[in-house]
Design a protein around this ligand. Structure first.
Ligand code: ADP
Ligand code: MG
Length: 348
């Protein structure tokens, strides 16, 4: 297609994440509507070219469960990835708008995600690495598709904001430092399904809705004054209090988190809501490792409960692969479903 930035006109903002932002654009020469992801990267030109080569895999993904890609290019200092626009947005924005998602829809989401993961792994040997409601998209045709899968290791390494790959959907084994496997994606799917079906993130006992992103927000403020005194040395004597989970943050991020917390604590002895949030993401990671996995709850069908329980087996060796999960009874329900997803998309 030979995509060029000059040919793209911005129509709307679609959202912001840790890695960049997404805008709705029109490709003027062809009239095609696209979603353009803009990622600020910190890499030299040889690495940028490597990233573009790696992103090529996205063009070779042809599946009804995977977002298609129109092309990628460098627009200094960013990399832009132009993908299929999904007019109903992500399931995270959908449930935040309309409340808990009907379980029949959640069932179809589960099935589509498993089919998408199976396709990515069987055909391209790709593990998604970032399954969460904001990466599961819907259009008014009733298609459910995955986006933002880990095609480019170099891209992940180069994203200027390094708070990437650390998320509250992360499996216990990932929190403890194990390599990513397809089983880690299954954990994240289980958490996402509970979130959609109940309308709330399952670990929120210690986190309010706004709090779960606040550390991420701090870490997004690149190059702010607040870290001007940062150096690897100044970090040295600041031993993290929660060693086994804070290692997930790089040293600079750990420094920022602990600095924010101590600033707040020195200002007023009591924790305010915001003060809580600074440590809560770390607390949350502890909870994921330590506590029993969350469950869907008894108000749902046995088939659904059984499936979600299988996704959230804490030991990755005991947790099933996407292929095996596709054989669960709840996924038969999905395949036999007569639920009209297309009609449902017109209700909001
Ligand atoms: P995150 O996934 O962490 O929210 P992103 O930068 O990946 O951050 O995406 C920001 C938002 O843009 C998403 O939450 C989603 O609602 C929206 N979005 C991303 N890709 C598309 C797309 N292809 N079509 C429509 N909306 C999209
Ligand atoms: Mg995303």
């Amino acid at each position: 297609l030979g995509l060029k930035n000059e040919d793209l006109t911005k129509l709307a903002d679609l959202g912001q994440g840790n890695g960049g932002s997404v805008v709705k654009v029109e490709h003027i020469p062809t009239g095609t509507i696209m979603a353009k992801k803009i990622v600020l990267i910190d890499a030299k030109s040889s690495v940028r070219k490597q990233i573009l080569r790696e992103l090529q895999i996205m063009h070779e993904c042809h599946s009804q469960y995977i977002i298609s890609c129109f092309g990628s290019f460098i627009a200094e200092p960013n990399i832009c990835i132009c993908m299929e626009f999904m007019d109903k947005g992500s399931f995270d924005s959908i449930y935040k708008n309309i409340g808990a998602i009907p379980i029949k829809v959640v069932c179809l989401v589960a099935n589509s995600v498993l089919e998408g993961l199976t396709y990515l792994y069987d055909v391209h040997r790709i593990i998604h690495r970032d399954i969460k409601p904001s990466n599961i998209l819907l259009n008014s045709e009733g298609d459910i598709k995955l986006c933002d899968f880990g095609v480019s290791g170099e891209l992940i390494n180069s994203i200027a904001n390094t708070f990437v790959g650390t998320s509250v959907y992360m499996s216990p084994e990932r929190i403890q430092g194990a390599e990513y496997s397809i089983k880690s994606d299954i954990w994240s799917l289980g958490i996402s399904l509970i979130e959609l079906a109940t309308g709330r993130f399952p670990f929120t006992e210690s986190l309010s809705d706004d709090d779960d992103t606040s550390d991420l927000d701090v870490l997004r403020e690149e190059g702010s004054d607040s870290d001007s005194d940062w150096s690897p040395d100044s970090y040295k004597d600041k031993t993290p209090t929660h060693r086994d989970s804070t290692f997930l943050f790089n040293k600079r991020q750990q420094h920022r988190i602990s600095k924010r917390a101590s600033k707040r604590m020195s200002k007023n002895a009591t924790f305010d809501a915001d003060g809580m949030s600074s440590m809560s993401i770390i607390e949350l990671m502890h909870q994921i490792v330590r506590e029993p996995a969350p469950r869907l709850g008894a108000s749902f069908d046995e088939e659904a409960e059984e499936f979600v329980d299988a996704c959230l087996v804490k030991d990755p060796d005991e947790r099933h692969s996407p292929k095996t999960l596709l054989e669960y009874r709840w996924m038969d329900d999905a395949r036999d479903s007569d639920f009209d997803l297309k009609a449902w998309t017109t209700t909001f």
